[in-house]
Design a protein around this ligand. Structure first.
Ligand code: IYR
Length: 229
């Protein structure tokens, strides 16, 4: 069925009967996924080795199944492979980060970043074979008629979609980085996005470089993050 904007759709419930799995199957699937996801790490050093494009497309399709405020699906995923465009993005991002790391972030923020070892150099923007630039649609815009409608819970919706995206990429054996160069306005210009869209994150995707390292970060124990009543 072809998509129509949510504000033009009636309430039209249909039966939902997903296959019922046994308790054993649920336990096994949940434990397997828990172990697999515990292996995910944010990667900042990528190999230039090509990645099967369909795996990236499928991960974007997974992200696009995310729940969203009023089911408005307020996201656009721009898949960038063109080396010239990636170089432009890197140049603009590094120009901003230069200013950020030279002091714009402030002492408290810079000290929070210290354990990550980040700096103004962003080689992943040109080394990784794919960049997925995620835009949030702040409002609905029909570019032809200029009709506009409000979108609801845009940050939450797009954040959930990005979480599903990095999960799907990881399960497909691909590494990713959720990168938020700040400010990100240059991405709208470089990628020629309409005025209702605002950049949310840049996600380089690929295989880790052979000599990639990651900071020795410690996840909180489940007891610290899970509260029961
Ligand atoms: N945008 C900068 C700074 C940065 C901010 C946070 I919060 C991070 O978790 C990591 C980096 C950069 O990309 O380097």
């Amino acid at each position: 069925m072809a998509w129509i904007p949510i504000h033009d759709q009636p309430y039209d419930p249909v039966p939902y009967r997903p296959a019922r799995v046994t308790a054993e199957e649920s336990l096994r699937a949940a434990a397997d996924l828990r172990a697999r996801m515990d292996e995910r790490r944010t990667v900042r050093a990528f190999s230039a080795e090509p990645v099967p494009e369909q795996a990236v497309i499928d991960a974007i399709a997974v992200a696009a199944t995310a729940p969203s405020g009023a089911h408005q699906q307020p996201w656009t995923f721009v898949l960038v492979t063109d080396p010239e465009v990636r170089a432009k993005i890197r140049e603009a991002a590094e120009r901003e980060e230069q200013i950020s790391y030279a002091g714009r972030l402030g002492e408290e923020w810079l000290s929070a970043l210290r354990p990550l070892g980040t700096d103004q150099n962003k080689p992943h923007l040109t080394d990784a074979p794919y960049l997925i630039v995620v835009f949030e649609q702040r409002y609905y815009l029909d570019e032809e008629s200029d009709e506009q409608h409000k979108h609801y819970y845009v940050d939450e919706s797009v954040g959930i979609a990005v979480g599903m995206l990095i999960t799907a990429l990881h399960l497909a054996g691909l590494a990713a980085l959720t990168h938020t160069p700040s400010p990100m306005k240059f991405l709208s210009e470089v990628l020629n996005r309409p005025r209702n869209e605002k950049a949310f994150a840049v996600i380089p995707v690929g295989y880790p470089a052979d000599d990639a390292t990651v900071p020795k970060l410690i996840r909180k124990d489940l007891e610290q993050v899970l509260v029961r009543f």
